[in-house]
Write a protein of this length. Structure first.
Length: 354
């Protein structure tokens, strides 16, 4: 046997249980990267371990993650699940996961849309409403997101902030990111009637509607522009006459981060609690102060009968998951999350240890 063949034989082998197809993975290579490199099309979207689109069941073998991977991604391996966009094979491994048709994933979703309007409710947030042409309208579930395509071809994920509308428009809440080329472009140069292209919808975030879930009360936890998918979910709940007990907590550093405060205060389908972590004197804030997920724990020290839907920065998501499951008895499988890598919320590393 040649040295090249011997080297290939020592590579971990990934097998897809539904089709029996197998492919080798280089040492240290992410499983999804290896699959796409060999033209095996597996479900994915964000490629950052947050959306859950690439989640697979581990039938045999095991995977590992780099320390920098999101906490819930790393903990998935303990539940016999794997996020293929971050997971690396530890020897041979078999997954139960669907294989998509043999064509690039983005090609089946890419669409144009005209900017119908741009609003600036605060210095660092732009609300962009997109209007796809009738032949490019999408069907989506409240909680999902789309990816806008930058001039350089890179994808930029933003949650859809509205329930499905008759006119097909899509509302996005785009926060300004320091030194972020794309968000700076949106805030400073994009105008109404410009054309953007997008892919999607993607993601699994949104209300779980099985018979037992709809009978449980739910906490809706948002940080910064993480309120966007929560807004879509609440709109759908209002339109559908949902009778579920809902408690909405929205947190930011400063008052201008709660850029739709009056709108959410007026909603009747959920009890609303806004929280600021670092209010300034100029904010004139008389409401709750502190980390937003800690406000939840103050009000509900026992979360064992709840579902939690959380959206915000990875720091918020990780801290909430740890504190809710370890301190308040929330079952881990009732924590549903969508992590924004630039949600504008206060870092919460201290609360993980505290």
């Amino acid at each position: 046997m040649s040295s090249a063949a011997m080297s290939l034989a020592r590579l971990p082998l990934v097998t897809l249980s539904r089709t029996g197809k197998s492919f080798p993975v280089n040492q240290g290579e992410v499983i999804l990267d290896a699959a796409l490199r060999q033209e095996i099309w597996l479900p994915h979207a964000c490629r950052g371990g947050t959306c859950g689109s690439c989640k697979a069941i581990i039938v045999a073998g095991s995977v590992t993650y780099d320390e920098g991977a999101p906490l819930r991604t790393r903990q998935a391996a303990l539940r016999s699940e794997a996020y293929l966009c971050c997971a690396k094979a530890v020897g041979d491994v078999t997954f139960d996961v669907a294989e998509l048709p043999a064509r690039p994933i983005g090609a089946m979703y890419r669409r144009p849309a005209r900017i119908a309007s741009i609003a600036k409710p605060s210095r660092d947030v732009a609300i962009v409403t997109l209007k796809p042409p009738p032949n490019a309208a999408i069907r989506f579930r409240p909680g999902q997101y789309i990816s806008l395509i930058g001039d350089d071809g890179r994808l930029h994920a933003f949650s859809i902030a509205n329930a499905p509308r008759a006119d097909g428009t899509l509302e996005l809440h785009i926060g300004r990111v320091a030194d972020g080329r794309f968000t700076t472009h949106v805030h400073e140069r994009v105008q109404a009637r410009d054309i953007l292209r997008f892919e999607g919808p993607f993601g699994e975030f949104g209300f779980c509607n099985d018979e037992t879930a709809v009978q449980r009360p739910a906490i809706l936890l948002a940080g910064g522009t993480g309120i966007a998918p929560i807004k879509a979910m609440l709109e759908a709940a209002e339109q559908g006459g949902m009778r579920r007990e809902l408690h909405l907590y929205w947190g930011s550093r400063h008052r201008d981060g709660l850029y739709a405060l009056d709108q959410f205060a007026a909603k009747t389908c959920a009890r609303f609690t806004p929280v600021l972590s670092e209010p300034s004197a100029e904010d004139g804030w008389a409401g709750r102060i502190g980390f937003v997920h800690r406000a939840v724990l103050q009000d509900f020290p026992d979360l064992s009968r709840f579902d939690v839907y959380a959206c915000g920065s990875p720091g918020l998501i990780d801290a909430a998951f740890l504190d809710f499951t370890r301190r308040a008895g929330l079952p881990a499988d009732r924590f549903f999350a969508d992590a924004f890598h630039n949600a504008g919320t206060v870092p919460l590393a201290a609360s993980v240890a505290g």
